[in-house]
Design a protein around this ligand. Sequence first.
Ligand code: PAF
Length: 281
Amino acid sequence: MKVFYTKVALNTYLDTHKKNKQIGFIPTMGALHEGHVSLLKKCNEENDISVVSIFVNPTQFDNPADLLKYPKTFQDDTKILESAQCDVLFAPDVKEIYAENITATSFDFDGLEQEMEGRFRTGHFDGVGTVVKRLFEIVAPNKAYFGEKDFQQLQIVRKMAEKNHLPVAVVGCSTFREDDGLAMSSRNKRLTDDERNAASIIYKILKKTAEKIQTHSIDDIKKWVSNEFKKHSFFELEYFVIAEEETLENATILSPKKQYRAFIAVYANTIRLIDNISLTY
Ligand code: PAF
């Protein structure tokens, strides 16, 4: 695996190696786990050169304490990438991406940014849009891979690429889960044993929602979800939303012509976890 820290070094390498080759790209913030490896597997299958970036993007953290706390596991990450057959790792520092101006561009994502995470994490998606646009411009991939766990981010990246006419296909990949269904996330490591065991309830509730949607109203399901989390003292539900996939607008009744998902954001004491599931009915 080649490792580059600067745009110039990365581009010099890609310019000489990418002729007639398909480049696949996975942007990450490090703290890699099996979920990232599953993206890389798909990327390797569909491309000639796989590029992964590790960059903890300061402009997407609304809370500076979260940025400081973000796990930095570069040595372990490089080992994981090596054994998962990554071709190129791009690991720039903040100056390389932002020069002296560490601010996010303001984007119009046609309202996608107003929903769910957007209500609770001010400026987060402008930060994501800013860094992903810059990384797409630097790496110039044919395809880029994002996990469906962060479904709102996936839709926002698609919108950003479309609005900026970036010639990249944004590929959504199924959420990779632990054996008990908990979506893989770097945050899972910060859960206590009790929190970790109880956290499997999130996916159980989502799966039950996918069943209940056949026979129950959205209002009834919302009440049921809220009560389920109240049974555990350390969970605090931030939101449970059933939304249309394209617009992410909150649904109150379902139209058979549209595709929907159920989304959860919940605190297990201090750790915020998110997950979602596709609904077919
Ligand atoms: O999902 C992430 O890890 C980040 O939001 C991303 C897409 C790498 C942008 O910093």
